[in-house]
Design a protein around this ligand. Structure first.
Ligand SMILES: [Zn+2]
Length: 584
């Protein structure tokens, strides 16, 4: 199959796509555009970006087709043929979203995630693919697909993929501004392709990427690819998104002119380390439900606590272990996730396994309050408990690294996926009680993290500590408020909090506090004094609500993980074994 890609009027954001291929013996065939993209376990509905779809035979005659569903076309041939015959599918794809999983075209770049804009003819899915990209010669290329130099010519670069799976998994960028850097780690060539203005210290970045790569590679014993590509877009506005691939990742962060600051720099490292860990955990170690990926529909799985949760744990842990992060740096990342855990009442209502299944329903939006949990956050905290428990019970002979290594050996290395049964079997071979507790309580149970995690953390000289929220309305009323609009908007209300008991809903505005209408967000914040009287505006009426500011009822707290002050030698040794850092 040969794709030809043109960018005739880049300011319109439409990418012109043409697919040429030969088939025979048929009276109809199927063309499919992916319904979703691996890495985001929800439907993507990419076909909504397609226009001017048509199919031609080699004589240039248009063929009839009909859509069987939102992203599946059936094309009818006037007569069945025993001869190989050439067909051409043409369409335009609207590439206007610049995140880590979309496609984007303007006068400065062509950025393609093939999984969302390049479809496949079902019977040809496993055949090699060539992409003829019509692009000015001054545009630099970054991506994992190789350029065929012999076929490329002036204004045309030819990229090659082994099959659709390979193509779908290989995003690329063409841009005159694109800068590429490379270095070697063990036998693998690493490339960092950066697009967009930024203040990143590239030499420091390469050195840190090298360090966490070593740590991650040691876990699995090998880097399973010859070359690996970081495709990094820096945007002028706040943004954070990363998507993993088999030997590349796309990362979008912003604002690019703030990456000299330690906080943003560390955040970039955290996302890069997370995505690299996916190189093993999901791109190779993969659940049976996605082995292979089915691009036509939802690939439901309860195992998100492995592919996103354990990856989230290791993304930061590898930075700690490789000494790129100090323990204080690690805590800053960890405490953000910890806060997300404690702020979410969904942990009382839905397990992480159930939430994994439902990513296809509402996994990437806040959704109904208190309904579900994050597979990233709950999976990470569950992985921490598992790691610390295995270490403690085996006097540090067994740990999560060993589990990941065994999982890799028992799946990817023997060309096989995993199931929950296999995970259970491997952990049980280390310790049956830990395996049973992990699956029953952390994976399928609800709200066990705060019951069981503190006990194991204490063995490592660490405590989970609640502090009063510094925000008066969170601490006293159990509600969160956004001050970004003219009138403050109540965004969350905890069930059983003073705000809830007073009858306050979410998404209502506060017109005045104690009779005073604040002019801006600063004065509005200062109007809370205690036992406040709010004038609330709902879509249908306004009403006065009297709040009670005692703290007897549930309210928001600020949580942090900390070292205890007087740790014993055993606690210190446990900590040092796990973290690779001195306790003091
Ligand atoms: Zn991830």
């Amino acid at each position: 199959m040969i794709f030809s890609i043109r960018t005739d009027n880049p300011h319109r954001h439409y990418i012109q796509i043409e697919a040429r291929f030969q088939i025979s013996h048929i009276d109809s065939f199927i063309f499919q555009l992916s319904s979703w993209r691996p890495g985001r376990y929800e439907l993507g509905n990419f076909a909504k970006n397609v226009r001017k779809f048509k199919v031609l035979n080699s004589w240039g005659e248009e063929l009839n087709f009909q859509k069987l569903n939102k992203d599946r076309w059936e094309i009818y041939l006037p007569h069945a043929s025993n001869e190989l015959e050439e067909f051409i599918i043409q369409y335009e794809y609207f590439g206007v979203t610049l995140d880590a999983g979309s496609s984007f075209l303007d006068h400065l770049q062509l950025y393609i995630n093939p999984v969302n804009c390049l479809g496949y003819v079902e019977s040809l899915k496993n055949q090699p693919i060539q992409l003829y990209i019509h692009i000015p010669d001054l545009y630099n290329y970054g991506g994992a697909l190789k350029i065929n130099k012999a076929l490329s010519k002036e204004h045309v670069k030819v990229l090659e993929a082994n099959d659709f799976e390979h193509l779908a998994d290989s995003p690329f960028i063409f841009s005159p501004e694109l800068k590429s850097y490379n270095f070697k780690n063990a036998k693998t060539d690493f490339y960092i392709h950066i697009n967009g203005a930024n203040t990143l210290d590239i030499n420091r970045f390469i050195s840190d990427v090298n360090a966490y790569t070593e740590t991650q590679t040691q876990i699995f014993g090998e880097l399973p690819c010859d070359d690996y590509h970081y495709l990094i877009h820096f945007l002028p506005w706040h943004y954070r998104h990363g998507v993993e691939h088999s030997n590349s990742t796309v990362i979008v962060e912003g604002p690019g002119n703030e990456f000299h600051t330690e906080e943003n720099y560390r955040d970039l490292l955290a996302i890069c380390s997370h995505e690299l860990f996916h190189l093993w955990n999901i791109k190779r170690i993969r659940p049976s439900e996605m082995w292979p990926y089915d691009y036509t529909k939802e690939n439901y799985s309860k195992l998100g606590y492995v592919y996103e949760g354990i990856t989230t744990y290791y993304g930061d842990y590898a930075l700690l272990k490789s000494k790129v992060f100090s323990f204080q740096n690690y805590l800053e990342q960890f405490n953000k996730d910890l806060q997300r855990h404690f702020d979410n009442e969904g942990r009382y209502n839905y397990s992480v396994a159930e939430s994994s299944w439902d990513t296809w329903l509402d996994g990437y939006v806040p959704g109904s309050p208190g309904r579900k949990v994050s597979i990233y956050v709950e999976g990470m905290l569950s992985a921490l408990w598992l790691d610390l428990s295995l270490r403690l019970k085996s006097s540090h002979q067994i740990n999560l690294d060993l589990f990941m290594r065994d999982l890799y050996e028992n799946t990817w290395k023997i060309n096989s996926p995993y199931t929950e049964e296999l995970l259970h079997q491997i952990i049980s071979s280390y310790d049956e009680e830990i395996a049973n507790n992990w699956f029953q309580l952390f994976v399928h149970g609800k709200a066990y993290i705060e019951k069981l995690l503190p006990e194991i953390l204490l063995e490592y000289g660490l405590i989970l500590e609640p502090n009063p929220s510094p925000l008066f309305w969170e601490n006293n009323y159990g509600m969160k408020i956004s001050f970004s609009e003219k009138y403050p908007r109540i965004t969350h209300v905890l069930e059983g909090s003073n705000a809830d008991l007073a009858g306050i809903s979410t998404n209502v505005h506060i017109l005045s506090i104690n009779g005073i209408d604040g002019d801006d967000s600063n004065t509005q914040k200062d109007l809370f004094k205690g036992n406040d009287l709010l004038l609330i505006k709902t879509p249908f009426d306004t009403r006065l609500i009297q709040l009670n500011s005692d703290q007897k009822n549930i309210h928001y707290q600020k949580w942090e993980l900390k070292k205890i002050e007087l740790a014993s030698e055993t606690q210190k040794t446990n900590f040092e074994n796990w973290s690779g850092h001195k306790f003091d």
